[in-house]
Design a protein around this ligand. Structure first.
Ligand code: ADP
Ligand code: ASP
Ligand code: MG
Length: 412
């Protein structure tokens, strides 16, 4: 029988009533003749609560225990979803990551999927089971420890299962009815896109649009998974939601197709480091060893052989970055006068494949921000995106102003 993957995010399984509603949707697909793999997230708010408990217990925690604790949210919903389906007379059972087993590497809290054997679940489908409910976000390392796939990782579980089982489609049910030109919670003029290209979705996701985890888009692109984002709250028609697809399948699109933001950014400046060959390696080597995800970097013009080096990283990695840099200073690898952390910044980005062939997007973006009185602290560009780091208090204003100036409320 054809296989369908249906993923339900946190708000879609937030309580027993919501789980019942999600289960009904699964029942509809089973009745159409699909064998269904349901991937569930933890109930909304649960994972954050677990993270809070971990930090309260042990601020520099053992990542293996962090994963053991965080994976529990998904374990509960998987069991509840299986029970709910059974109550509806749909043959179903739950699977934790290790039972599949969803094999990952050992990078705890940000593990990568290495293999998903299909035989266990297929054997059960062969025996008449119609729904395999799999706890998202969790896997097992080569050492036999529980791993998790990074925040938002259930999306990646879903796409990986769709690829492994050659599913007809991977439907991501969430609390918005598709991918929008920007976060509809921030800009009321945001417009739902019927289709979005993999590459644009990949940029939007990696720049902060959390509607899909970045890695899930990468996998969908690589394995050609038919990926759809849709609402678990609304009635569905056959072409509902947003289809993430190849660029060639999109006839017309705007130069800029979306605005993304990331609230949890920090800007760190090393004041007065020696400007000599190897200095960047001496700074960013220890940061990388400490697991700090450095994003944007600027090095100022040197004066009298000394310069300032600025970089951005996620706010929750500031302590780790400080530790790594202080360590390198103490051991004499680097020398700086001061280390300044600014944790009140945010990143706002414009994304669009059209930028490849059209110039002037950056100038328009900078002019718009300047008209709004927003100071740009760091700029980074690539072929299809422009990102700026600004004061966090201007983030929503910047998103709305850019959405307006690039006329994203209008279809191409
Ligand atoms: P889930 O719990 O279902 O995985 P998430 O909270 O992870 O849901 O992702 C959905 C949220 O992503 C939406 O509620 C919305 O606020 C946010 N979001 C950010 N950017 C976008 C965008 N461009 N389009 C749609 N949603 C977006
Ligand atoms: N529950 C996890 C999180 O909140 C994974 C997910 O929902 O995708 O990050
Ligand atoms: Mg999510």
């Amino acid at each position: 029988m054809p296989v369908l993957v249906m993923k339900f995010g946190g708000t879609s399984v937030a309580n027993i009533d919501r789980i019942r509603r999600a289960a009904k949707r699964v029942g509809v697909e089973v009745a159409k003749g699909y064998d269904v793999i349901v991937i569930v997230s933890a109930m909304s708010g649960k994972t954050n609560e677990l993270v809070g408990w971990v930090n309260e217990t042990s601020p520099m925690y053992d990542a293996r225990e962090y994963d053991a604790i965080l994976s529990s949210g998904e374990t509960v919903t998987a069991g509840l979803m299986a029970l709910t389906l059974q109550e509806m007379d749909v043959p179903a059972r739950s699977w934790q990551g290790w039972q599949v087993p969803l094999k990952t590497n050992s990078a705890h809290s940000a593990a990568r999927i290495e293999e998903i054997p299909t035989d266990n679940i297929n054997a059960k489908f062969g025996e008449g089971m119609r729904v395999a409910v799999v706890a998202g976000f969790q896997g097992i390392s080569p050492e036999g420890r529980i791993t998790t796939l990074g925040r938002g990782g259930s999306d990646t579980t879903a796409v990986a299962f769709a690829a492994a089982f050659e599913a007809e489609r991977c439907d991501i049910y969430t609390d918005v009815d598709g991918v929008y030109t920007t976060d509809p919670r921030i800009a009321s003029k945001a417009r739902k896109l019927d289709k979005i290209a993999f590459e644009e979705m990949l940029e939007l996701a990696s720049l902060g649009a959390k509607v899909l985890q970045t890695r899930s888009v990468e996998l969908a692109m690589r394995y050609n998974v038919k990926l759809r984002v849709l609402s678990s709250f609304e009635e569905q028609s056959d072409n509902a939601g947003t289809l993430v697809c190849d660029e060639e399948d999109i006839v017309e699109s705007n130069v800029v197709s979306g605005i993304a933001y990331s609230r949890d950014e920090a800007k760190m400046t090393l004041v007065s480091v020696a400007d000599r060959p190897g200095i960047a390696a001496a700074i960013f080597g220890p940061l990388s060893d400490a697991g700090v995800n450095v994003d944007m970097i600027i090095q100022n013009i040197a004066e009298e052989g000394r310069t300032d080096m600025t970089f951005s990283c996620p706010t929750d990695q500031v302590k780790r970055a400080e530790q790594a840099l202080n360590g390198a200073k103490e051991s004499g690898e680097i020398n700086y006068h001061d280390l300044i952390a600014d944790t009140d910044v945010a990143k706002v980005s414009a994304v669009g494949i059209g930028m490849r062939s059209q110039s002037g997007v950056a100038a328009k973006m900078f002019k718009t921000l300047s008209d709004e009185g927003v100071n740009i602290k760091v700029i980074a560009t690539s072929e299809i995106k422009i990102s700026v780091l600004i004061d966090r208090k201007y983030m929503e204003l910047a998103v709305q102003a850019l959405h307006d100036v690039f006329e994203l409320e209008k279809a191409a």
